[in-house]
Write a protein that binds this ligand. Structure first.
Ligand SMILES: [Zn+2]
Length: 416
């Protein structure tokens, strides 16, 4: 099995990479369809030649890295199982009583992190080389380590509870785990903006008093209290622009990156703000939570069914005797990785619908077409984005409609 895995990876992975490369660099052509040439969605109408070339190149490399990354996580878990590392991690962890499971999780996360580090680092390098990321290596590394430890802490708790449930209720654990996950997801969404996000960046109220007045007036129009609007200092890290809504309950908030506030003119910023207000008032965060709860029900049930099959068939070869044994964790992660990948296109399609609704809401609220289109063009320029990505990229990566779709929607919008 080891040999088959090694040969499969050594031969299969380069072939896969080559196919992806050909797809991105040769089989698909960037640019806009003839029907939209010369419109506001055509990059040649709002970008210089060199900006267009850089965006095109950057997007291709970025997409290549994304596709290369897809099978990596699954391959790591599979490799860990086939080489018997899972049993090894367990033997080591068992030397320390009471924290066997957290220690096992730490070993597993460290190995996964180390193996996937080169790809992460390449992403950081690429972003810096194309003038998007302005982060120093140490600042980037600090963020990496924070997310590693935050992720580990959460994972250690979840996995400890999960394996306790598997032992106590071999047939119903997936259901009990799901019931516990509902308050957990809500709790995580609640603390995200106040406990997790501030670990990476500083959140303040809006700093530019004139713009603040206009933004808060807009928020007020939608009955959103002023203390729900924040500015975050992203300019220390990136040239890209963004804004988002997160949190739930009393922590629900709209966050504007300072890059957006600094670089767009007032009306353009207000359009972005109106888009976020759209998410806020249409309760997209709560729908998102409901979606996560629903998909985790299906995911856990399928994992429960599949993990027994895998352990029965390959448990011997993997050194995994029983499902309730912590050595089965890489199988669980492997299954979750595959299930997540399979459900991604559906989740992204749902997200694109929500984004489209927010764009519609925004243009109704702020019917300044020129500013709206201008803001999307600036977003494209500063993020070195592609307006019209290849289809596979759209279905696997895009939680927003493509910029071409968004700008055309705005162009075709009729003021009443
Ligand atoms: Zn949005």
């Amino acid at each position: 099995m080891k040999k088959r895995f090694i040969w499969g990876t050594v031969i299969g992975f380069p072939i896969y990479t080559l196919l992806v490369y050909l797809y991105l660099f040769h089989w698909t052509t960037p640019g806009v369809p003839e029907a939209f040439e010369g419109t506001a969605a055509d990059p040649s109408t709002f970008m210089t030649e060199s900006e267009m070339a850089l965006s095109e190149e950057y997007s291709k490399y970025r997409n290549l890295l994304f596709f290369i990354g897809i099978p990596v996580e699954a391959l790591i878990y599979l490799g860990i199982l086939i080489f018997g590392w899972s049993a090894m991690f367990k033997n080591f962890s068992e030397r320390v009583k009471f924290i066997t499971v957290p220690l096992y999780v730490l070993l597993l996360s460290t190995v996964v992190w180390l193996i996937s580090f080169p790809l992460d680092y390449l992403g950081y390098q690429l972003s810096g080389r194309y003038g998007i990321s302005t982060q120093t290596f140490s600042s980037w590394m600090k963020d990496e380590l924070i997310s590693f430890w935050v992720g580990f802490l959460i994972m250690a708790i979840l996995i400890s509870v999960l394996y306790f449930l598997i032992k106590k209720a071999p047939k119903r654990w997936w259901l009990y785990a799901w019931l516990l996950l509902i308050p957990f997801f809500a709790f995580m969404m609640y603390i995200q903006p106040v406990l997790i996000d501030p670990l990476y960046n500083e959140f303040t109220e809006l700093k530019n008093p004139e713009l603040e007045e206009k933004i808060l007036a807009l928020a007020d129009e939608a009955e959103i209290p002023a203390d729900r609007v924040y500015e975050v200092d992203m300019s220390e890290k990136t040239n890209a622009m963004n804004a988002y809504v997160n949190g739930i309950g009393s922590n629900l908030r709209i966050v504007l990156w300072d890059t957006t506030l600094n670089r767009l003119d007032d009306n353009e910023t207000l359009f972005i703000m109106a888009h976020e207000i759209g998410h806020y008032v249409m309760n997209h965060l709560y729908m998102n939570l409901a979606g996560v709860i629903l998909s985790s029900f299906v995911g856990l049930y399928l994992t429960y069914r599949l993990i027994h099959i895998v352990v029965r068939r390959w448990g011997g070869a993997f050194g995994v005797q029983r499902v309730e044994d912590i050595t089965s964790l890489p199988i669980l992660f492997l299954l979750l990785t595959v299930l997540t990948f399979v459900s991604t296109p559906v989740e992204l399609a749902v997200s694109r619908q929500a984004e489209k609704a927010a764009d519609n809401y925004a243009i109704e609220m702020m019917p300044d077409k020129e500013a709206a289109i201008g803001s999307f063009q600036q977003l494209t320029i500063n993020g070195r984005s592609e307006v019209n990505p290849p289809l596979l990229v759209k279905y696997l990566r895009y939680g927003h409609p493509t910029m071409m779709e968004r700008i055309i929607m705005l162009e075709q919008y009729e003021n009443e």
